[in-house]
Design a protein around this ligand. Structure first.
Ligand code: NA7
Length: 563
């Protein structure tokens, strides 16, 4: 690969987003593009997240690109959910198939990026103090990539091994060891389900119990694959016109319009079929918006936990009590058929309720909780999530017009954008899976964003005016739309006083527990601004907004005219 330093476009990140962005921009416009990534190879999220049990919880057939028809029809998937090694192998395959690697540089981290008013280009400093520049800067930094390590007293005194799940050493064996896992979100649930049977002891340190449903994973039969291939057009049409883009039909039936028996039947059917998003959005239309419908789903899952977990003490700790309004989880994969809550029937697997007995400190031999117990550990796993959405933007110096940094630009508002991809005062910067992008299955959302960005660049180049800049007014208008769309969702409104006091069910619950400290609103990291970070209007709505913008001559952007 050439060692050139000046490009038309630099794409930062070689995951799902960066790979497709390079493919379209290079092959559709002929622009000179370079992808850089701090990792040693392609994969993004799937390069780093090597922890045991890592898998996508989107059905395999919609966790891939849709633009290469032949590949879509022929590339194999063994099970209903793709596991980390398969996703990585798939991305490597796409890169080879489309000869993309020659335009990629690895072990190359973007350290800073400054908009240069004189040259009308972005000036980058990357690893080794090397300088690069480009007209267009497209950041594909990942929604969930900057790891969150909680600040726990005594962390550096631990004599065993400590690993965050997103920086997992490939060669690490946990077999026969005493393991502690902090965190029971999507990642913690996957790790715990995978390792419970292999390790000597597994102690799960849980702050908030979560509603997890089985994934329903199974081997893919030839008949099923044939069905998928024969129905691709309908599948893609459904995905693109749905809310979640997960490949299932969202329910249009209100929980309130059916009998208690029918509710039970629908929940049970969905539990058996599997998938967290399907359970939340495919059972009834109002689980995420109506507090009583939501409580119905909660009660069903709590009932399942009571049935599955034999020790009532463990079951009590595992049963969630707050509303079901976090990113929906699911668990279990086809390789062993085991599920999350079943793990707690093993004598070697225990749960520590950190609300009852918080971590006091980490010591040489393990974790000391407030009841005085020392939980002795050989390996401590941090499944503690990410500084999501803007984490990777605010840690790097990215400076737009007049030297303003993204960090400062977002100080008052929290991370924001126009249409999820452009930030005013940051000309020719495009943020894939950036602030206020759609809250949906990610690969289809990436495709829509990549195609929009490519079209904008094409048109600006054609106009001889390669300057693409969203207006402040457009950003504010888009943010208002995002706020309105989220207003009806329990994900967001659950924090409001009214939600706490309008329902007799909720009045009984402690107020503090109604505040859902999760990453979707930036509430999992101390000091982070708690604001809306997503577009909640669904895939169809989001696509509609991008199409409308293009049809109206890139409305909301300063005009692309030659100067
Ligand atoms: P999440 O969903 O942010 O989960 C992190 C977990 O770590 C969650 O259970 C947290 O408890 C827990 N946590 C975080 N900090 C602490 C401290 N200090 N003490 C104890 N427990 C803590 O991250 P994941 O990696 O599981 O999933 C992120 C996304 O990646 C997921 O949604 C998928 O889209 C892929 P809490 O619930 O905050 O009490």
């Amino acid at each position: 690969m050439s060692q050139a330093s000046d490009f038309d476009a630099i794409i930062v990140g070689a995951g799902f987003a960066g790979i497709y962005q390079l493919k379209t921009l290079r092959d559709d416009t002929g622009l000179r593009c370079l992808v850089i990534d701090q990792a040693g190879d392609v994969g993004g999220t799937w390069y780093w997240n090597l922890y045991p049990g890592a898998m996508s919880d989107t059905e395999s057939y919609v966790y891939r690109y849709s633009w290469d028809r032949d590949d879509l029809m022929s590339y194999p998937f063994k099970e209903h959910y793709v596991k980390q090694p398969e996703v990585l192998a798939y991305l490597e395959h796409v890169v080879e198939r489309h000869d993309l690697r020659k335009d990629m540089r690895f072990n190359t981290e973007m350290r800073s990026a400054y908009w240069n008013e004189a040259t009308q280009k972005w000036d980058l400093v990357v690893s080794g103090d090397k300088k690069l520049s480009a007209k267009y800067l497209i950041t594909c930094l990942g929604l969930l990539s900057k790891q969150n390590y909680p600040d726990i007293q005594g962390l550096d005194t631990f004599e065993g091994e400590m690993h965050h799940t997103a920086r997992w050493p490939n060669e690490l064996s946990l077999d026969g060891k005493r393991i502690g896992v902090i965190g029971c979100g999507s990642t913690g649930v996957q790790v715990i389900t995978e390792i419970g049977r292999k390790v000597k002891t597994l102690t799960c340190f849980q702050r908030h119990p979560q509603y997890s449903v089985p994934s329903g994973d199974a081997k893919v039969t030839p008949e099923y694959r044939q069905w998928v291939n024969e129905n691709w057009d309908q599948i893609l049409d459904q995905v693109r016109n749905s809310v979640t883009a997960f490949g299932f039909k969202e329910s249009e039936v209100s929980y309130h319009d059916v009998s208690p028996e029918e509710r039970e039947r629908v929940f049970e059917e969905s539990w058996q079929k599997g998938n967290g998003f399907r359970f939340m959005f495919g059972t009834f239309s109002d689980i995420a918006t109506d507090i009583d419908a939501n409580e119905g789903a909660c009660q069903f899952i709590r009932g399942k936990i009571d049935q599955i977990v034999r020790d009532p003490g463990k079951a009590a700790k595992l049963k969630p009590y707050d509303i079901y309004a976090r990113r929906p989880l699911c668990d279990g994969n086809a390789s062993n058929g085991e599920k999350y809550f079943e793990q707690f029937n093993r004598d070697n697997v225990d749960i520590v309720d950190l609300k009852q007995t918080p971590i006091e400190r980490i010591e040489r031999q393990g974790i000391r909780t407030s009841d005085g117990t020392l939980h002795e550990l050989d390996v401590l796993i941090f499944a503690t999530g990410f500084d999501a959405v803007e984490g990777n933007y605010t840690r790097i110096a990215i400076h737009g017009r007049d030297g303003i940094s993204l960090k400062d630009a977002w100080e008052e508002t929290g991370p924001t954008s126009y249409l999820g991809v452009c930030v005013p005062d940051f000309p020719n910067l495009f943020t894939l899976t950036g602030a206020k992008g759609p809250f949906t299955n990610i690969p289809p959302a990436i495709e829509v964003q990549v195609e929009f960005i490519t079209e904008a660049i094409k048109q600006a180049e054609k106009a001889g005016a390669p300057l693409i800049e969203a207006t402040h007014e457009a950003e504010r208008g888009y943010s208002e739309i995002c706020e309105k769309l989220a207003a009806g969702s329990l994900f967001w409104k659950a924090e409001g006083e009214s939600m706490i006091y309008t329902s007799s069910i909720l009045v009984a619950r402690p107020k503090a527990d109604m505040v859902l400290d999760n990453w979707i609103f930036g509430a999992n990291i101390p000091g982070k601004k708690r604001t809306l970070r997503f577009y909640f209007g669904g895939m169809k709505g989001y696509r509609g907004m991008l199409s409308e913008c293009v049809e109206n001559g890139f409305a909301g952007f300063k005009p692309f005219v030659s100067s």
